[in-house]
Design a protein around this ligand. Structure first.
Ligand code: UDP
Length: 241
């Protein structure tokens, strides 16, 4: 029997997604992906052609793949081109960034040049707070703010490293270097930490394996041109369409 999911109320609108409650499913939400793109804490705004559809399809594919590899996540089912049903999580207000190659804000914290292959992946925590501009924090900041326990932080780090170990070869087989990416996690009703949010070219840096051409949101951030084409290219390499 096909489940019927009827949207009741929008409970959140972020920069790239909206969340709705569902009739008769209090532990689920509907996540809608938008074409809207923002950068630099929403100072720069625009739209990317078919981004909502591409990001919904990619997240569906990658979360299904990660689940098969044993990574707990919130994905339940794709229900339209740009909408999916997800488990309702209590979001941990920490963005977890994993880096394999130096790029972006790491260049301001270290002397690494862009493209430097890191000797070991770096995992960083950022406090999810737009009014503060999502600052980087250490474990002790997180503990002092009581936004996570020591055990939670260990789980976040282990899950992020494991996801990196799974996704790096996955992308490389499709001609893409996974330079860095951002993950978000939440707790389900039993208190277990699960991967949430999305994994898309909005949240990952992906470079062509041979040419290092950027195929992600950096094309939008830095007006590099070919933004729509880059998203379409990633879709083609991962989903074959
Ligand atoms: N990222 C993200 N959302 C954010 C900040 C970063 O998805 O609010 C992703 C970004 O796309 C990149 C990685 O996290 O793949 C590392 O980003 P970085 O810290 O270099 O910051 P940025 O250069 O994006 O400001």
């Amino acid at each position: 029997m096909t489940e019927n999911y009827k949207k009741i109320k929008q409970i959140y609108e972020g920069k790239a997604k909206k969340l709705y409650t569902l009739k008769g499913h209090k532990d689920l939400l509907l996540q809608e992906f938008k074409d809207d793109a923002t950068a630099f804490n929403a100072l720069k705004k625009g739209k990317i052609l078919n981004k909502g559809i591409i990001n919904c399809e990619l997240t569906t594919f990658l979360f299904t793949y990660l689940r098969k590899k044993g990574v707990r996540n919130h994905f339940v089912k794709q229900v339209s081109a740009n909408e999916m049903i997800i488990d309702r999580l209590k979001i941990v207000p920490i963005e977890v960034v994993v880096r394999n190659i130096a790029a972006g804000s790491l260049l301001k914290k270290t002397n690494f040049k862009e493209g430097h292959q890191l000797a070991k992946p770096i995992v960083e925590f950022y406090y999810k707070d737009d009014s503060l501009g999502d600052p980087m924090i250490s474990d002790s900041h997180a503990l002092a703010m009581k936004i996570a326990t020591e055990k939670d932080l260990k789980t976040l780090k282990q899950m992020a490293e494991n996801i990196n170990t799974i996704l790096k070869p996955f992308f490389l087989k499709r001609g893409l270097k996974l330079v860095d990416f951002k993950l978000e996690f939440g707790k389900d009703k039993t208190g277990r930490i699960m991967l949430g949010d999305e994994i898309t070219p909005d949240t990952c840096r992906l470079w062509d394996k041979k040419t290092n051409k950027k195929l992600d949101k950096d094309r939008f951030r830095f007006d590099l041109g070919g933004v729509n084409e880059a998203y379409a290219e990633v879709r083609k390499r991962i989903l074959g369409k």
